[in-house]
Write a protein that binds this ligand. Sequence first.
Ligand code: DLZ
Length: 163
Amino acid sequence: MSSADKNLSVFTTEGLPDISNKKFAIVVAEWNSEVTDKLFEGAYQTLITYGALPANIVRGNVPGSFELTLASQWYAQRADIDAVIALGVVIQGETKHNDYINHAVAQGITNVSLKCDKPVIFGVLTPNNMEQALDRAGGVHGNKGDEAAITAIKMIGLKNLIL
Ligand code: DLZ
């Protein structure tokens, strides 16, 4: 088998793996929902664009970004879920509250990913204000949800190659 054939058998569109039989959970924080709903739309549409089936994408809402970690773990523990995408927006405030949330979620999601041995993608925006958030949720700076979905797909492909 030539290397080109091998690539074809492993990868489909633009080097990304076939995800038509993969199942995804997208966990969405309701805090700043005007932004997180756009992040969800970006992630969902990107998964569909690259071959995921609508029936294989589940959405779970949580109250705020701090709750993303536990809900991500609940999904990641499910045998049928291949990857989890956690989406939230934590806007910098006058207090340090946002820092505590950001660090807790980043660390928590890392721990879940390692514990469950599955991609759990950190799709949390940490902008200074709402304008910056919207710029990164389908605005001039793209959509962090799209990026998170591509990252999930790439990690699934990488796992298949390495293990
Ligand atoms: C409390 C809080 C604050 C101040 N800011 C945000 C935010 O910018 N983004 C977000 O997703 N959640 C925020 N929260 C809520 C916390 O994530 C969490 O839901 C509560 O502290 C309850 O655990």
